[in-house]
Every structure is written in structure tokens, then in C-alpha cells.
Design a protein around this ligand. Structure first.
Ligand SMILES: [Zn+2]
Ligand SMILES: [Zn+2]
Length: 336
């Protein structure tokens, strides 16, 4: 099969021919890839920033995978050959305390498809049956692949904030990219307050208008004026540079909550500002299997639209370059 391999950090991915993955355990499943979303985390992995998360080259990237079940181990009961499935990217044992608390991201035996083990920038990927989420009839894998990471990350972050999203509240989405454009819709669908979208790129501001943001701004510094001086009750940061971290904290209302979904920058804030404002700062790490399942229900109901553009697997490096340059609107999906 074909696979796009990260053989060394700081280099383009290498398209290689390798053997199809083989079932090793009795609950293993081989999925034939229908689509694999391309994420900023892939760039972070190429840049060597993901080593603390267990990323070791060589590895096949691709953690937003959907496709059809191709082969199943002897004890698999959750799926049959031919089923259309989304692949929840985190491997989890189901037995440890974090798993039993429903925090699969913190499984003591944690692995992550497409980062710490081979992923879906390939014809086939090997996963555990616990990873599979069946697709509703009529849903094409390539159309929903980015929900496996971009989608659940947005859903997980927004779901935690629901008690704050009361009528009269204001939320801000910093960055209307692959994850931000989903969060914007979830804030509208699940919350009762107003949503302000901020993006420096006119194409992404256009997308935010299409997705019915209450207000769309080019400059984060304008949020305070747009809220009559009160500031934002909730800020979700999908850009996560030093500049957006600072701007996000600066625009918070009293008792506001700043939540970072993106990562990469340094958050620095005077403690007096936290105390005076009784501010809350939180981080978000992907989401759980049930987050993905719930998000699919919303998708099936038409409450969330995933904006995607598909490209052949062979174009993986061109697509990664475009993502790095900020030239992707919505999510790019590789189709083998
Ligand atoms: Zn990702
Ligand atoms: Zn576990």
C-alpha cells in the first residue's frame, strides 16, 4: 500500500510503498481509508514539537481517519467487514482508572493513531475495535473524517463551557480555521449567547459570516468595543500564538473564562489580573469517544456543517504547505 511517512523531522513526508498492516491482536481492525484530515498538529509533528507527546519518526501521520472496515480480528464484535466507520484517534484500554472515569485521553496505556503509531495518510490503518464509531447510513467517510480530531476537539472544548453559554453571554472564537469553524457552529447550536468570530484572513471571515456568527472582526483588539466595554464571557483560542494568548486574556469580562484549544505560544498573565477579574484559564486535549459519537448525532441532524476540500494522497506535501501558509479554508482531507 501507499503511505506518507514522516521519516525525519523538518523534512517533507515521503511517499513509500509498504505492506498492508496485519492483524496482531484478536480485537484489531484494519480500516481502508476513505479520507484523512490534515491538521496543524501534523505540522507540529514535522517541526519536531510533538516529541513530548510520544511522536517518534519514522511514523505514518494522519489522525483524522474514516473509511471502511477491511479486516477484523477473531474477537471483534463492534464492526463487520464493509462497515463505514470513523476512527477515534486515541487508543484506550478501558480498564485503567482514567478510562473508567471517561477520560480516555489520559489512558495509562495511551497511544495516538497517526502520531505515536502509524496513521491514515495511507491506504489502510490498523486500529483497535474500541476506536471505531459507526457512521450513520448515507454519510461518506471523507465528508466526516475531520470530526475524528478537529470536530471532537471543538466539541469537547465547547461542551465543558455549556453552563456559561447562557442567553446574554458573549463568546469569542479566535481563528475560524479547521477547528474554529466547527466550534463557532457548536456555540450557536448548543449555547444561548452571542458569538463573535475573529480572524485576520478575509476568506475565513467570510466563512464565519456564512456560519452565522453574530459579529465578525478582523482585529481581536475590537472585541471590547463590540461588547460595549464589558468584554467576552468566554474566549476560545484556536490560534494560540503569544499574541492571541495575550489578546484573549485582555478581552475577558469579569469572571470570564479563557480556553485554549490551539497550542504553541506562551501564555503570560499578571496574577493580579486573574484575581481582580476572577478569571479562569483552561486547556483542552482532543476529546473522548463519546464526544465523537455525540458530535456525529449533531452532524446527522444537520446542526454542524464540516467545510472540507479533498485532495489526492499524493499531494500531501502541497496540502501541508498550504496549511502552513494559511491557505486552507475549513479542513483539507486526503483521499487515497
Ligand atoms: Zn489534529
Ligand atoms: Zn486506559
Amino acid at each position: 500500500m501507499r503511505a506518507a511517512l514522516l521519516s525525519e523531522c523538518h523534512r517533507p513526508l515521503e511517499l513509500v510503498e509498504r505492506d498492508e498492516p496485519e492483524l496482531r491482536g484478536t480485537r484489531d481492525v484494519v480500516v481502508r481509508i476513505g479520507g484523512a484530515g490534515v491538521c496543524a498538529t501534523d505540522l507540529h509533528a514535522i517541526d519536531g514539537l510533538m516529541e513530548p507527546a510520544g511522536v517518534r519518526s519514522p511514523v505514518v501521520l494522519g489522525h483524522e481517519n474514516a473509511g471502511w472496515v477491511h479486516a477484523v480480528g477473531d474477537d471483534v464484535t463492534a464492526a463487520s467487514v464493509g462497515d463505514a466507520v470513523l476512527v477515534y484517534p486515541a487508543w484506550s484500554c478501558g480498564l485503567c482508572v482514567p478510562c473508567r472515569r471517561g477520560h480516555e485521553m489520559f489512558c495509562e496505556r495511551h497511544r495516538f493513531t497517526g502520531l505515536s503509531c502509524d496513521g491514515g495518510f495511507a491506504d489502510f490503518v490498523l486500529v483497535d475495535e474500541r476506536s471505531l464509531v459507526p457512521l450513520p447510513a448515507g454519510v461518506e467517510p471523507a465528508a466526516v473524517a475531520p470530526h475524528a480530531d478537529a470536530g471532537i476537539t471543538a466539541y469537547h472544548a465547547v461542551k465543558k463551557l455549556l453552563p456559561r453559554l447562557v442567553p446574554g453571554s458573549t463568546s469569542v472564537v479566535l481563528g475560524v480555521g479547521g477547528v474554529g469553524h466547527i466550534a463557532l457552529q457548536l456555540l450557536r447550536a448548543l449555547g444561548g449567547g452571542a458569538v463573535i468570530a475573529v480572524d485576520t484572513d478575509e476568506r475565513r471571515r467570510g466563512l464565519a459570516r456564512e456560519l452565522a456568527a453574530d459579529e465578525v472582526l478582523a482585529d481581536a483588539a475590537d472585541v471590547r468595543e463590540a461588547t460595549n466595554g464589558a468584554g467576552a464571557d468566554v474566549v476560545l483560542d484556536f490560534v494560540a500564538t503569544d499574541a492571541t494568548h495575550a489578546a484573549g486574556m485582555e478581552m475577558l469580562a469579569r469572571r470570564g473564562l479563557y480556553s485554549t484549544v490551539g497550542y504553541g505560544g506562551m501564555l503570560s498573565v499578571p496574577s493580579v489580573a486573574l484575581v481582580v477579574g476572577e478569571s479562569t484559564v483552561v486547556g483542552n486535549l482532543v476529546g473522548t469517544w463519546i464526544d465523537l459519537w455525540e458530535l456525529l448525532q449533531l452532524h446527522g441532524r444537520g446542526d454542524v456543517r464540516l467545510v472540507t476540500q479533498t485532495h489526492p494522497l499524493e499531494d500531501v506535501n502541497t496540502v501541508l504547505d498550504a496549511l502552513r501558509a494559511g491557505d486552507v479554508t475549513g479542513r483539507a482531507v486526503l483521499v487515497p
